[in-house]
Design a protein around this ligand. Structure first.
Ligand code: ATP
Length: 373
């Protein structure tokens, strides 16, 4: 196990033909992260945000443009990948087709000159952890995708790496297999407690596996926190809109003061939400901000509700929950209900929003506007 420290890391690919340097030319832009011994870190973000580039720089497979990487106490910027004490498993399994599962797992140990007995011991120790003990004599061609990925991960951890680097290891698998292997990876981590960096674009994987998640966009770290922190206390509009399924509804609002209270109002809509008192010091009449509210904090009012009448624009019945979309001005606002009532598209309902659960974001920067309390 090792601690991993990333300090002000930059990566710029030299793209031929491009003359001017722009800030967004950086695939990774001033990234700093500290990952504790034995911690499981998820790097999460949309396609192209710099996840794989970050992982490849930690592994030593990509040159660093600027910044430092430490594994344990050692600065590894100039260290060859094989001397970094890392285990790597990528999305595609890249097992050696002519070798059995046993020999695939043992391959790197053999190359390092580890004795035959020790290799056997280590493979036999690791195989049950990944449930591949019955596959050791098989050839890769006869394995399912999930089995191949188990072998791939076994191969990465049999070396007892200081840091395990996993890049989208589940993305080739079908839904059921993904879920099964996700649970296995969690269990495996609890057993071996190897410091792990796990790259994914799938928030469910990151939320369920990681102790802390680094959320990236356009090469820039947006927030680094526990799953609860990034969900409940997003740093900005990007994180708020990225985490959660369906994501947080984020709407442009004009603040109106009426008597002693402030209200969120929306263009071309009758919806008015009373603002939480904790924001009152920050608000003024006519101010424009963005307001975010999770689909679970919006409700369909009962017959006596004073909620705003709206028409159901989208209706999805997922059996365990129902998702309802309504128009607020030009925006589609999603809500989730778990009660048994079924709705129809076009039906009128009364919209109630839990104003206490709203978040505010700066209209221009998207940064969170935090109340003092
Ligand atoms: P994905 O989830 O699609 O794999 P990612 O978040 O892992 O995406 P990266 O692969 O790290 O993203 O890419 C980050 C940026 O760097 C992208 O804009 C990508 O086009 C660019 N990029 C990646 N590899 C190269 C390369 N070898 N040469 C030039 N640009 C590259």
């Amino acid at each position: 196990m090792s601690k991993l420290i990333i300090k002000n890391l930059y990566k710029r690919y030299e793209n031929k033909g491009k003359k001017k340097t722009q800030p967004n030319d950086f695939a990774v832009n001033d990234l700093s992260l500290e990952c504790e011994d034995g911690e499981f870190i998820g790097i999460l973000g949309p396609s192209g945000c710099g996840k794989t580039t970050t992982l490849r720089m930690i592994a030593g497979l990509e040159d660093i443009t600027a910044g430092d990487i430490y594994i344990g106490d050692q600065r590894v910027n100039d260290l060859h990948p094989k001397n970094r004490n890392i285990g790597l498993a990528f999305e595609d399994y890249a097992l050696y087709p002519p070798l059995t599962v046993y020999d695939n797992i043992a391959f790197n140990l053999k190359a390092k000159g580890v004795s035959k007995d020790e290799i056997k011991q280590r493979v036999m120790d690791i195989a049950p952890l990944l449930k591949v003990e019955d596959l050791l004599d098989k050839m890769p061609i006869s394995l399912s995708g999930g089995q191949k990925q188990r072998v791939n991960i076994a191969r990465a951890i049999v070396r007892r790496p200081g840091i395990l680097l996993l890049d989208e290891p589940l993305s080739h698998l079908d839904g059921k297999m993904r879920q099964a292997l996700r649970i296995e990876i969690k269990r495996l981590h609890n057993e071996i407690k190897c410091t792990t960096v796990y790259v994914t674009h799938d928030q469910l994987e990151a939320m369920s596996l990681a102790d802390r998640i680094a959320i990236m966009n356009l090469g820039v770290l947006q927030q680094f926190g526990t799953p609860m922190e990034v969900y409940d206390d997003p740093a900005n509009e990007f994180v708020a809109g990225f985490i959660g399924e369906p994501p947080m509804n984020i709407l442009k609002t004009t603040i109106i003061k009426h008597e002693n209270d402030y209200y969120f109002t929306f263009e071309n809509s009758d919806l008015r939400i009373i603002a939480p008192r904790r924001y009152y010091d920050l608000l003024s009449d006519g101010m424009q901000v963005k307001m975010g509210v999770r689909p679970t904090d919006i409700y369909v009012g009962g017959p006596d509700s004073k909620g705003t009448p709206v028409r159901v624009a989208v209706y999805e019945d997922l059996c365990s929950e129902r998702r309802i979309g309504v128009r607020v001005g030009d925006e589609l606002v999603m809500m989730i209900t778990e009660d048994d009532t079924r709705y129809r598209q076009g039906e009128m309902i009364k919209l109630e929003v839990n104003g206490e659960k709203t978040h505010l974001f700066d209209l221009n920067t998207g940064n969170r506007i935090r109340s003092k309390k």
